[in-house]
Design a binder for this molecule. Sequence first.
Ligand code: GLS
Length: 833
Amino acid sequence: VEASIPEPLREAWRKHSATEFTSKEDFEKYFVRHVETTLARSLYNCDELAAYSGTALAFRDRLIIEWNRTQQRQTFTDQKRVYYLSLEFLMGRTLDNAMLNVGLKDVARDGLSDLGFRIEDVINQEHDAALGNGGLGRLAACFMDSMATLNYPAWGYGLRYRYGIFKQEIVNGYQVEIPDYWLDNNPWEFPRHEITVDIQFYGNVKKYQDENGRILNSWEDGEIVQAIAYDVPIPGYGTKTTNNLRLWSSKASSGEFDFQKFNAGDYESAVADQQRAETISAVLYPNDNLERGKELRLKQQYFWCAASLFDIVRRFKKTKRAWAEFPDQVAIQLNDTHPTLAIVELQRILIDMEGLEWDEAWSIVTKTFGYTNHTVLPEALEKWSVPLMQNLLPRHLQIIYEVNLFFLQSVEKRFPNDRDILSRVSIIEESHPKMVRMAYLAIIGSHKVNGVAELHSDLLKSTLFKDFVKIYGPDRFTNVTNGITPRRWLHQANPRLSALIAEKLGGYDFLKDLTLLDKIEVFVDNKAFREEWAVIKRENKLRLARHIKATTGYDVNPNALFDVQVKRIHEYKRQQLNIFGVIHRYLSIKAMSAEEKKKVVPRVSIFGGKAAPGYWMAKTIIHLINNVADVVNKDPEVGDLLKVIFIADYNVSKAEIICPASDISEHISTAGTEGSGTSNMKFVLNGGLIIGTCDGANIEITREIGEQNIFLFGNLAEDVEDLRHRHFYGGFKLDPQLERVFDAIKDNLFGDKTDFSALTSSIEEHGDYYLVSDDFNSYITTHEMVDEAFQNQEEWLAKSITSVARMGFFSMDRVTNEYADSIWNVEPLDVTD
Ligand code: GLS
């Protein structure tokens, strides 16, 4: 049945069509109406949480109107769309961002004040949407913001986890994980109960002959789980475009509820089946840069890929175009290998369901997909066991084998004398059990593969994917260095700095073209500007100090140098190097005379980040940091000269407080291990300097802001392999200053030494894989240079201003345009046309 209203009856619709508020009066009206009707509250019992909901609902109304218009317009013009497939979207809070993007934050502030609320308190009621682990998930969120801002017709597809990343508490120095049930009180999603897809698992494959005598395959007798769509509107900044993020939730298929069991009185077991289906979208796997090969994770991946592909294909088929035009209408970007099954699923749809020939289908597939690799760490590269896949997705495994066969045949033809290359590049690893190498499948099924920073992309080409460069030529491989959205990471997180810049540049255009920031460099010697810049940094430090006081009870001195390392805890990111450096500093202070102490630059070492629940070494590092904090912060001989703070439950909304408050931040991964890093960009954009290794995007940040404005240290990526080799075969000598640190730990200075013996022995006895000892001296010396530089506040300020002025390159908008031009081939669409 056609659901659309016939033309003669549309008059009443048009007359009453929803309108957007623009004035304070109207905002108040919407607010009160929602509080009184949607929430069933009143002025007698409207607390801050209800005020948050009322404000959010008022803004949601507005977003929805623009979202509907955008979707209609995009459907009507029917131009090519981008689909961004990501298992993680680390969105953070929405309300503040929505108010700023539609340009009505001041209206809301005044309105809320009339109604008896402070806007900051209202904003703070919101729970983060934390459907991601770290940088990879946050990048997806920045993409969504930027694609809408630049008017690209784009959809995100992900999973609607019932539990996002866990909440972290610190109990007696240990990390404790608390489930994050985030869906209560979430006004930003729209359940689309009418949009469902049946997803099949298990079963088997049967061959049959069609009417033309062709042998075809059909996947039968599986178990069916239903995918239900939940839509989240994504407003662009200063534009009418509001794109869609579609998240899938799992449910037992309505036909699946086992009425036989039910009728036999086995109600409990019928419900258990139901619950099993719902577990597919129940929880985000809490690992960053680590894959563990769990069946449920593979189920999640297929469930989400199949639902998204069905949706995309359904949309395409409505246009009645020929299949050959599919890649002209659809670009699908794979955020890491997690959605690689989408490649196989599209091939399956085209050959098994739509009856295309293999070659024609495969050519459509490869033109459609692009694959972004985010890491070279071997433990993060996905491989799925063949028996597992055979059981869960029998038809997909057949297709993978077929893809591999054709691929290997073509390789053999081109390299007839190279036997080894075949086993090296085969999608199937000949291990026990055999494994499907997802990255290889992703490369073979895509037309472009990109890394996320120059060094990372170079390493991909020279190491992991070397053979594929030989096979496909270098053009299939490209680099797009990551970026961040300046809307959230400057304007929203640091409104005063944003306002100061706007004042000098005559408006906020820089938020849409971040390269305009270079125009503030001329103010580097302007006294009033510098003073204001310094005041803003101090205010931001005070804001963080209040947060630290409220959450940890510790007072920190806002004049001290705030030294921050916040990111997932991982050995390769080397928080252990940082905390060993802190211990070294502590021991040095303890050994000083009163006179010497006067020369010490006071420091607050701030840490934050979650450890994967099963990552024992990372948890040990957290434990050590907290134990060191306990000792140092209570030591009267040290006082304000050194404080150590662990901020629990680091997340996006905390990052918005932390990034503007650093004097220096640490990006100190072993060279060659960090794909890009993106918090490095956030800190510099907010006027903090950084200490870092020559790794990931640090290198390009240095290129942009100048070597004199960054503190680089440590061994280079090209020397890492050699050093590791030498640790094993040339004998290992612990750095003497690090030895002093280890001695202190072994003297039980920071609690029972056995708690930390795995950590120290990983360095002393087991080869120091992450080169902590090799880089220790350089790290300590560079921190001494940081202290010295900080004492010259005038020069420090100049570095800070100059660096911000030169950060334009790291806008997510530059990133999005590069993907659009060189990978997706999509054009923006002005929805107001
Ligand atoms: C990551 C990398 O580790 C980061 O360096 C990178 O900035 C991020 C986004 O590209 O992707 N890969 C990963 O698995 N988690 C990440 O944060």
